[in-house]
Design a protein around this ligand. Structure first.
Ligand code: HPA
Length: 278
């Protein structure tokens, strides 16, 4: 049985053997938000099923492709197709791609997702720059023996989302004419949507948006020492006193319509990145 580090190395070596791209940015694309790939000058495409230890995408409907190329003039790796806890994947499987991108050389991980809006100021189609999160999944991907070569036993979480980068994304959004505000993302396992009582609770404990992804990958990215940014597309409003049944088709439609905003934001962000961290 291989260790996690050995699995990560095997996956990274298999990818290195197929591309000249040494990515600086790793982008994980959320539900309905895959359009960014159209802006990447693609050098290499690798199906997840051809990468050792990557979760088997046949279990789910989406394909799963790793794309390597350039975006905004910088080398990037984009994960098209992510894995959710509700699909039955283990946390190690869900987060392995982030570890592999780190092994390939990324310094910054960018995550996008579709989320329900809890903040009453939100409108559907708005962009929320994630400034912090609530892990309400009841599990943590770092539980178990720690490999110090991958990261510390007790990673600090006082600023999982780099706040300089949060501000940078907000200013870029303003410049591009995109409505975007920072907020707290709460992650639950799903797959059922939440009850009115749960939405009320989530708002009361400080969440601005709710979804079923991102947090496990962010925890692992922080453990791995990466800079992290997260962007949510608010696909539906979860206001307990005016709640309508969620329509998944509608969520995908809103995500698809807002996707160009996220793509523009991420492209500008990557293009100007050194200025923000310098
Ligand atoms: N809950 C509610 N609405 C949503 C979610 C969720 O997890 N994801 C996208 N819209």
């Amino acid at each position: 049985m291989l260790t996690l580090r050995e699995k990560v190395e095997e996956a990274a070596s298999a990818i290195r053997a197929r591309t000249r791209v040494v990515p600086r940015f790793g982008i994980t694309l959320g539900t309905g938000l895959g359009g960014l790939v159209g802006e990447v000058q693609v050098e290499t495409r690798i199906a997840y099923k051809e990468i050792p230890w990557f979760p088997d995408p046949r279990v789910t409907s989406h394909s799963g492709t790793l794309i390597l190329g350039t975006l905004g003039g910088k080398p990037v790796a984009a994960l098209e197709g992510r894995y959710h806890l509700y699909e039955g994947y283990s946390l190690e499987e869900i987060t392995l791609p982030v570890r592999v991108l780190k092994a390939l050389g990324i310094e910054c991980a960018v995550f996008s997702n579709a989320a329900g809006g809890l903040n009453p100021h939100f409108r559907t189609g708005d962009i929320m720059v994630i400034s912090d999160h609530l892990n309400l999944m009841g599990v943590n991907p770092l539980v178990g023996p720690n490999d110090d070569a991958l990261g510390p036993r007790f990673p600090d979480m006082c600023e999982p989302y780099d706040l300089k980068l949060v501000s940078a994304l907000e200013s870029l959004a303003l410049k591009c004419g995109i409505r975007a505000t920072r907020g707290v993302y709460a992650a639950l396992t799903g797959p059922c949507l939440e009850t009115r009582a749960e939405y009320r609770m989530l708002r009361a404990i400080g969440a601005d948006a709710v979804g079923m992804s991102t947090v496990p990958e962010v925890i692992v990215a922080v453990h791995a020492g990466l800079k992290v940014v997260g962007i949510s597309c608010i696909t539906d409003l979860c206001l307990p006193d005016a709640l309508k049944p969620v329509n998944i088709k509608e969520i995908l439609r809103v995500a698809g319509e807002s996707e160009p905003k996220i793509t523009a934001l991420v492209r500008h962000f990557i293009e100007h990145y050194p200025v923000f961290v310098g």
